[in-house]
Design a protein around this ligand. Structure first.
Ligand code: SF4
Ligand code: SF4
Length: 388
């Protein structure tokens, strides 16, 4: 049987549908008095938000509609994720932003940290100061920032967060990481058991299911279903579809024009080294560490995002993924004007082509559809270069 990597399950929801479906659930939760905290980045330790009895909700925007409004304030040559996120806030058109009691930002990239100053004029936006290196001084500083966030949440809600609250949240989040990781590691199977389009969509859509346990149960059920389907229908039946790894910026806003397109052209996206992929899931918080703040600080400082400098560990982990997922080629997605990923892409290209000896394609793009045809042509040409 020839594998159809784009076979989607009957209950599959697109990211837009899942986002929409979450609005009503969020409204009902708010009416029952739920605390809601908006975030924009994997570096924000959501354990503290759960420990405060609140629900974290991701506010990164992946659609071009709010961008023109944002461009009346922000420069045009700014990352579309930043413009779209600010545009939603400015036009009050994102229910998740509307329902957030406060926003937790972070000093990751320059565009985002300066945008938070403007966002603070619309809604209380607390910014964590992220150090950009990984040494003992940075660890001590980041630990203090995590404690400061705890105090902010306590003051804001008039509550006390205990160590037991934090340890409980760490356990729950570690379980979620493990479940998501097992799901994404399905991509190690050869032939690929499901499309990367489905995998990425489902992981992103999970953030709109606010009950952590329910989210885990749904992903576990899908993992078991995919595994059974693979055993029955695909195992031991080789395919000539190239196996690709996607790295770089968050890709939800360009998933259709890149990931869906390349899979329609005959490849399988089997691995994601992105912050909406496995990047934040690889390392759990160490539950045996006696100091919870050190445990949280160490885990979050180790996230392999290009905002960190130096960031060699991203290449080390990328190399391991290329081997573990038996990857034939790498596509790096760079959102326009994302300087950290754009500059680091030189090192990634060199590492992938020279040290791992496989083809690399870098695509710089934004949320518009104007380059869709050109991207399709480049993806088709890239697949021609893969020796499979
Ligand atoms: S790419 Fe880096 S800075 Fe941007 S949201 Fe992800 S972890 Fe945060
Ligand atoms: S994609 Fe790059 S520029 Fe955009 S918010 Fe993330 S780190 Fe910043």
């Amino acid at each position: 049987m020839e594998q159809n990597a784009l076979k989607l399950p009957a209950d599959f929801e697109t990211y837009g549908q899942a986002r929409q479906a979450g609005f009503l659930r969020m409204k009902e939760l708010k009416e029952k008095g739920a605390r809601v905290v908006g975030t924009f980045c994997s570096f924000v330790p959501t354990e503290l938000i759960y420990a405060a009895g609140a629900l974290p909700v991701g506010l990164c925007a992946f659609t071009e509609e709010p961008i023109p409004a944002a461009e009346a304030v922000l420069p045009r040559n700014l990352c579309p994720l930043i413009k779209a996120s600010y545009g939603f806030a400015l036009t009050d058109t994102c229910p998740y932003f509307y329902f957030s009691d406060l926003v937790i930002g972070e000093t990751t990239c320059d565009g985002k940290k300066k945008m938070f100053e403007l966002m603070d004029e619309i809604k209380d936006t607390y910014v964590m100061q992220l150090p950009h290196r990984r040494d003992e001084r940075a660890l001590a500083f980041w630990r203090e920032e995590i404690i400061a966030l705890q105090h902010k949440l306590e003051d804001f809600y008039g509550i006390t967060i205990t160590e037991a609250d934090i340890r409980d949240a760490i356990r729950r989040k570690n379980r979620e990481r493990q479940v998501m990781r097992q799901y994404m590691e399905l991509g190690r199977l050869d032939p690929a058991p499901l499309s990367g389009y489905e995998m990425g969509t489902r992981v992103d859509a999970g953030s709109f299911s606010f009950d952590l346990e329910q989210r885990c149960a749904e992903i576990e059920a899908r993992t078991a279903e995919v595994m059974a389907d693979w055993e029955a229908n695909y195992k031991g039946r080789p395919t000539d579809r190239p196996r690709l790894l996607v790295t770089g910026c968050p890709n939800a806003g360009v998933r259709d024009k890149i990931i869906k397109t390349v899979e329609e052209l005959g490849a399988d996206v089997v691995a994601f080294d992105t912050c909406n992929g496995i990047r934040e899931k690889v390392e759990p918080v160490d539950e045996s560490e006696s100091d919870v703040y050190t445990a949280l600080a160490r885990k979050y400082l180790n996230i392999n995002c290009s905002v960190m400098s130096p960031n060699e560990s991203r290449r080390t982990y990328l190399g391991q993924m290329i081997d573990d997922y038996r990857v034939d080629g790498v596509i790096e997605i760079i959102l326009q004007s994302c300087h950290t990923f754009d500059v680091e892409s030189h090192l990634i290209r060199r590492y992938v082509t020279e040290e791992k000896g496989i083809p690399y394609l870098g695509i710089e793009t934004d949320y518009s559809q104007s380059d869709k045809g050109q991207i399709g042509t480049r993806l088709a040409a890239f697949l021609e270069t893969i020796d499979k």
